[in-house]
Design a protein around this ligand. Structure first.
Ligand code: PHE
Length: 461
């Protein structure tokens, strides 16, 4: 192994790989943040919750809660240079069970991966279907039938999901530097270019303005407590925070990396990509007289029907699904890295064994989501399929709760001195004032805000 190694935290004594360059750090971290959250969740949630009003709440949640928690997580990871469980064990006073945040994070990773890998499976399948032209029809009933045929076929659903898990596992086997970093460095610029191309096409259509108005003109009457919770949950999901992903990536950050600058860049680029996805989708949807559908339907039923009416639509559709596949790859890598590094460092398994075990567990747990439109269609818990339940529980409960505890840990246990040393790289950067402001948010504002939004959104009061 000639990966760039850095010394591990004192508690572990393992030589660990890390991200080797500034651009590599940015690409990998942005690669984690950008995913189907931008291309699939953000557009349909914005569409279903009234457009611009939702967007505004989402941006507020990102600034007041998302950014501080992201800086906290990365700082903790870099300080301990270990997986989330060992990180919290190493940084907390003895016998305080903060490491449970890492355990909850691993659970969240498995829940998210179970449904996420299935949506990625559809995306990969759609790349091929778009190339073959088999989903090319301007009649949404036809595209709906095509989508239903795919998701209600248990064998196809499972095989595509396994294919995705093996593909991502294969990249992880190459390691942090040569796998995650090298891959995301290549993919992120391509993603950006493809997205710009689609935006240009969509903006050239007749009713582009109507689509833009939908995205940017707020309708506040639609904003209820549960919509605010959804927006905050989306902010957590989007920025990959509250479950140890950013802590894990933080542990691969170089010591000279400017953490506040990197997080602000990642957050802005991620927001920008979500908006561009909205700009690529809504003008086209309105031009051809569709309503912005919710759930998977927007991307897998409306989009094919819309693109089929545009010149060169088939190839633009290929571009769209390749783009989604690229976005999903970076996010999946970071999701799977959490259990892999925990199993590797905590149980002493080799990385290949830890990866295989993770894939094996996901084959079992993921099947409950892959089959939720076929063999398990009637199996519901709390009135939801496993697919919807895992999505709801992770985004609206585990990630925000994880965010509360991470904020409380930094705000009340780790303390302002260590946090500020981390954001200033031991005084070398002039981030002192910023560190104090972020610390204030972490100590008081973010945890209180998350708690109120969670309790109100879940109808506790
Ligand atoms: N942020 C990713 C997305 O937008 C999803 C994700 C969530 C990745 C949590 C890692 C951890 O698709």
């Amino acid at each position: 192994m000639n990966e760039k190694t850095s010394t591990a935290g004192p508690k572990l004594g393992l030589a660990r790989a890390g991200f080797s360059s500034g651009f590599g750090v940015l690409a990998a971290t942005l690669g984690s943040a950008v995913g189907l959250g931008n291309i699939w969740k953000f557009p349909y949630l914005t569409g279903a919750n009234g457009g611009a009003g939702f967007l505004l709440v989402y941006v507020l949640a990102t600034l007041l809660v998302g950014l501080p928690v992201m800086m906290a997580e990365i700082s903790l990871g870099r300080a301990a240079k270990a997986n989330p469980i060992s990180t919290l064990q190493a940084l907390a006073p003895k016998r305080q069970p903060w490491w449970l945040i890492g355990v909850a994070g691993m659970l969240a990773a498995f829940l998210i991966l179970s449904f996420y890998s299935e949506v990625v499976a559809w995306v990969f399948a759609y790349v091929f279907k778009a190339m073959r032209g088999s989903i090319l029809s301007s009649d949404p009933q036809v595209t709906e039938a095509a989508f239903n045929a795919l998701i209600s076929d248990p064998l196809q659903s499972l095989l595509w999901q396994w294919g995705v898990l093996v593909f991502i596992g294969g990249i992880l086997l190459l390691g942090v530097t040569k796998g995650i970093e090298a891959m995301t460095k290549k993919l992120m610029p391509i993603l950006f270019l493809l997205l710009l191309l689609l935006c240009a096409v969509s903006l050239s259509l007749d009713k582009a303005l109507q689509g833009l108005a939908f995205l940017f003109q707020p309708d506040f009457s639609k904003i209820t407590a549960s919509v605010v919770l959804t927006a905050m949950g989306l902010a957590f999901f989007k920025l990959s925070i509250g479950m140890g992903t950013m802590m894990t990536y933080g542990s691969y950050f170089r010591d000279d990396q400017n953490i506040p600058l990197t997080t602000v860049r990642v957050m802005s680029a991620d927001l920008c990509i979500s908006m561009l996805a909205g700009i690529a989708i809504f003008p086209a949807v309105f031009t051809f007289g569709f309503a912005p559908a919710a759930g998977p339907a927007l991307v897998f039923i409306t989009i094919p029907a819309v693109f089929s009416q545009i010149p060169m639509g088939q190839w633009l559709m290929v571009v769209f699904f390749v783009l989604a596949a690229i976005a999903a790859t970076g996010a999946m890598l970071s999701l799977m890295e959490v259990p892999v590094v925990i199993l590797h460092e905590r149980l002493g398994l080799s990385r290949p064994k830890a990866t295989l075990l993770t894939i094996g567990l996901l084959v079992v747990l993921g099947a409950s989501c892959a089959l939720s439109n076929s063999a398990l269609a009637d199996f519901k818990l709390f009135g939801m399929s496993m697919f919807d339940l895992f999505d709801f529980v992770s985004s609206n409960i585990i990630l925000p709760a994880g965010g509360i505890f991470i904020a409380l840990f930094v705000g009340w246990v780790w303390g302002v001195d260590k946090f500020s040393r981390s954001l200033t790289n031991h005084g070398q950067l002039h981030n002192q004032k910023l560190a104090q402001a972020v610390f204030f948010l972490l100590r008081y504002v973010s945890p209180a805000l998350i708690l109120v939004v969670m309790l109100k959104g879940l109808k506790f009061f």
